[in-house]
Ligand binder design. Structure first.
Ligand code: ADP
Ligand code: MG
Ligand code: ZN
Length: 600
């Protein structure tokens, strides 16, 4: 970096020297003309001493003769007419030079060179501060890059361990390959596909693979790219991107980090970000603008689905949402296989063992791990990557500062297994438990179901019994920790918040408390500052407030005790579920059912 900077400075100094020499040369009188100041010229004209004058508007120089001598004078730009009139009216014979092309060139060059140098300087420093790239010249134009089919060689084979996600994308690929078949059936293909998932789970990779599989062009732009540099270009960039895309449909437009532009409008204190909102609006306009089956599929990725503007998720926009999960053990093994494909492995390397040792690793972590192992092997001048290399590499990746919190230690794994087992078992034992598809102890950085509240319209009728069962189930995690370990962890804070707010709603909104009766407390206020959070204005007394708090506590405690009782009664089942989780990380509903049947 330092070096490049120095080189840049030297280059500029050289250029300046060269240019100034050149300009001297250009300005040098071409023959033995004598330079005369403008004032002498005027005096000479006024005293009618000028007989012949030749005005050159290109260089704004006048060559004139007086008393047999030749002079040259530079006059101010734009005075050609005035000067020739003056000469004319004082009896001089005036001729105006036809601008010869080289003359114009030299004139313009003379005028513009200093400007160009200044601009060059500015440009240079811009590049420096931007860290390279030709952004200055292309601002306003989309930086989306068109990748020819030959270059986008990523296919589904390169993305491992996300089979469900791939299956969902299969349809999109098929449509891009044979749009006709779908058009004939009158099918409506989603315009927008949104990929949710923790960083490094392979969202970008999946989007590329869809383009690669279908063999269509892939335009990509990141959300932050839209709002990057100059105010007011985001919207035009979006327009530009879609213009390009329309020309080469069928194709995929991929917007990475959608949350950078797609945050809720009007959310947060201190007003919104106008630039971002305009960009978002333009994006919505474009997405509504093209027809349903025009062959453009907009894909986007984000790890913050909770902050997205609801307008983005409406039908006709990103109406297909795919959660990209962290890989499970089997998935991790497959990802490791992808990333060790071109690496010579020693015989003792067992990818399954490495996969078991790396719960919580994302695809990116595993790619990193494989690379670290290769580096270690190379440093040790080995012929092949050994198991030892992988083990050391795993430790390195785990010890990485930000990753530590996501990867479970053996003890944490046990706590989480019993915690999740507690939820599951209570859920299975109560009458109205949510159906459990699977249970897993793979850390979910952004546990989808929790952060996405059920939209108001979708709320179906729900009875008091059902709410209480849900509360018991969400307290089951904490209850299990208390029973098994005799101490409790911070892992349950989300559950506690959820159950408390369920009970509060039950009392204040649905009037389901015996003491407080069928009344609502507080009225709903429109969302003003807090984005999606609804605030309830208080319209009841302190006394009632404390009664509400008491009622909430009473119900929560009741359900906590109930959850504990269930777990104590079915302790063997709880143990079996937890052991299964520690061993396999994920249990399907069938596996759960067989555990329950075997132990009760
Ligand atoms: P995201 O966009 O979700 O943050 P990326 O798609 O950029 O993650 O993934 C980063 C890298 O991690 C990829 O280039 C790839 O090498 C690796 N990777 C991630 N997920 C997978 C996967 N499922 N299979 C194979 N490699 C993966
Ligand atoms: Mg990405
Ligand atoms: Zn929990």
């Amino acid at each position: 970096m330092q070096n490049r900077w120095l080189r840049g400075v030297i280059t500029i100094v050289l250029v300046v020297l060269f240019v100034s020499t050149l300009m001297d040369l250009l300005n040098a009188p071409s023959n033995a003309l004598q330079q005369a100041p403008y004032s002498s010229l005027v005096t000479a004209i006024n005293t009618r001493q000028v007989s012949v004058a030749q005005v050159d508007p290109a260089t704004h120089e006048v060559t004139w003769s007086s008393k047999g001598k030749q002079y040259q004078t530079v006059y101010a730009l734009g005075y050609t007419n005035d000067l020739s009139n003056l000469l004319d009216s004082h009896g001089a014979q005036v001729s105006i030079m036809k601008p010869s092309s080289s003359g114009v060139w030299i004139g313009i060059l003379g005028d513009l060179l200093p400007l160009a140098i200044v601009a060059g300087f500015l440009f240079f420093f811009f590049r420096q501060s931007q860290g390279g790239g030709n952004r200055m010249m292309s601002f306003g134009r989309s930086q989306a890059r068109l990748q020819p089919d030959t270059q986008s060689t990523v296919t589904f084979a390169d993305v491992a361990g996300v089979d469900e996600e791939k299956q969902e994308l299969e349809e999109i690929v098929d449509f891009l390959k044979n749009p006709k078949r779908y058009l004939e059936m009158g099918a409506r293909i989603p315009k927008g596909v949104l990929l949710f998932g923790a960083p490094g789970t392979g969202k970008t990779l999946l989007a590329r693979a869809v383009a690669g599989e279908a063999g269509v062009p892939f335009y990509t732009e990141s959300g932050s790219g839209f709002v990057e540099m100059f105010v007011g270009v985001g919207a035009s960039r979006v327009r530009d991107l879609f213009e390009q895309a329309k020309k080469s449909a069928p194709c995929i437009v991929f917007i990475d980090e959608l949350d950078a532009v797609g945050r809720m409008r009007g959310a947060g204190y201190g007003g919104g970000n106008d630039e971002r909102e305009q960009t978002l609006n333009q994006l919505l306009v474009e997405m509504d603008g093209f027809g349903i089956n025009e062959g453009i599929i907009v894909m986007a990725a984000t790890n913050r689905p909770d902050v997205l503007d609801p307008a983005l998720l409406r039908p006709g926009r990103f109406d297909r949402q795919i959660v990209v999960h962290r890989p499970d053990q089997e998935g991790r093994k497959k990802i490791l296989a992808v990333h060790t494909k071109n690496k010579p492995l020693a015989e003792d390397v067992d990818l399954a063992v490495i996969a078991r040792r790396t719960p919580g690793f994302t695809g990116a972590d595993l790619a990193n791990l494989a690379n670290e192992a290769a580096l270690l092997a190379a440093r040790g001048r080995q012929k092949r990557l050994s198991m030892e290399n992988f083990e050391e590499a795993a430790e390195r990746v785990m010890a990485g500062p930000q990753k530590k919190s996501r990867v479970l230690s053996e003890f944490e794994k046990r706590v989480v297994a019993f915690h999740e087992g507690g939820h599951t078992l209570v859920g299975l034992m109560v009458a109205h438990g949510d159906p459990i598809h699977k249970v897993t102890i793979i850390p979910r950085g952004m546990a989808m179901g929790y952060t996405m509240p059920v939209p108001e319209e979708d709320r179906y009728l729900i009875t008091k019994e059902q709410i209480l069962d849900k509360v018991a189930m969400s307290l089951g995690g904490r209850a299990a920790e208390a029973i098994v370990f005799g101490e409790i962890s911070t892992g349950a804070s989300d559950d506690l918040e959820k159950s408390t707010s369920m009970v509060r709603q039950m009392i204040t909104e649905y009037g389901m408390s015996e003491e407080l009766g069928p009344m609502t407390y507080g009225s709903r206020q429109d969302q003003v500052f807090l984005g999606r959070d609804l605030m309830r204005a208080r319209n009841y007394s302190e006394e009632v407030a404390s009664k509400i708090d008491q009622a909430i506590r009473h119900i929560v405690m009741q359900q906590y005790e109930r959850a504990k009782n269930i777990l104590v009664q079915h302790r063997t089942t709880l143990n079996q579920i937890a052991m299964g989780l520690i061993d396999k990380e994920t249990l399907s509903s069938e596996e759960l059912r067989s555990i329950v049947q075997a132990t009760t």
